[in-house]
Design a binder for this molecule. Structure first.
Ligand code: ZN
Ligand code: ZN
Length: 265
């Protein structure tokens, strides 16, 4: 069994991740134009016709911009929570392509099992996604003001993890954002900062985590080098795990395809 995982683009402007096995190809979020998503698939060598489904984590435009187009063009189902279906505006989707999922309830697509879990974010019913393919696991946890115990549990057995490292606290506080926007980002329902990402990784790094992508970086209040260095330092301080020797880590690219992780077991 193989598990493939590749962030196609990641950041406050748009998010889309590919996950798959040898038989299944899934997109998680479609926060770009249809063209951008199709180009990214071409780049990783996946025929769009082979995409089986799209899973949407929540209704914010950086996650759903291309969802309607992609579903209609490829005739694939969209899986989203009730709240997300209610809140997202993506145009008409046929009933047969409308699939409702619930936090804590696993659902199966071919040989993969997906379990949505609650995240603390200012959307109607947002979720992170735990992914299982045979004995291999992955998780996506972005868009969260803080990591609950529940989130920690769901990501703790991941072989591959895409985790939010949205902002550097000092850059955000000193930066040009308006006070209400700063308050929103810093709140429990906003986004995760580099330090918190580092602490969260430290709490699971001695488990089975093999590959970590830092993602959903703010353009304005973070940069890839700072996010990488901060998380590496905190992980080393708190649990002595040496990033790059014992744990592969990279920052998911904002507008381009990141490297594909393929695990086999
Ligand atoms: Zn969001
Ligand atoms: Zn987002």
């Amino acid at each position: 069994m193989a598990l493939k995982f590749c962030p196609l683009f990641s950041g406050s402007d748009g998010n889309c991740t590919f996950v798959g096995t040898d038989n299944t190809n899934i997109l998680i979020d479609a926060g770009g134009s249809g063209k951008q998503i199709l180009c990214a698939l071409e780049e990783i060598g996946v025929d769009p016709k082979d995409i089986d489904a799209l899973i949407v984590t929540h209704e914010h435009s950086d996650h759903v911009k291309g969802a309607g187009v992609i579903s209609r063009k490829l005739d694939i189902p969209i899986y989203a929570t009730d709240g997300t279906w209610y809140a997202m505006s993506i145009g008409g989707i046929s009933p047969s392509n409308t699939k409702v999922i619930s936090s804590g309830e696993p659902f199966v697509i071919n040989d993969m099992v997906f379990t949505p879990f609650d995240i603390s974010h200012d959307a109607l019913e947002p979720v992170g996604i735990h992914i299982r393919a045979g004995d291999l696991t992955a998780a996506i946890a972005t868009d969260m003001g803080f990591a609950t115990e529940d989130v920690r549990d769901y990501i703790s057995d991941a072989d591959v993890l895409l985790l939010e490292a949205n902002y550097d606290e000092e850059m955000l506080r000193q930066g040009s954002y308006s006070y209400p926007l700063k308050k929103r980002i810093l709140s429990d329902k906003g986004h995760l900062c580099n330090d918190e990402a580092g602490r969260l990784v430290s709490s699971i790094a001695e488990g089975r985590l093999k590959k970590l992508y830092l993602g959903h970086l703010s353009q304005e209040n973070n940069n890839p080098v700072l996010a990488y260095k901060t998380v590496k330092r905190i992980v080393h301080e708190l649990c002595k795990v040496d990033v790059q020797k014992e744990l592969m880590m990279e920052v998911a690219l904002r507008y381009r395809v990141s490297s594909m992780t393929k695990l086999e077991k």
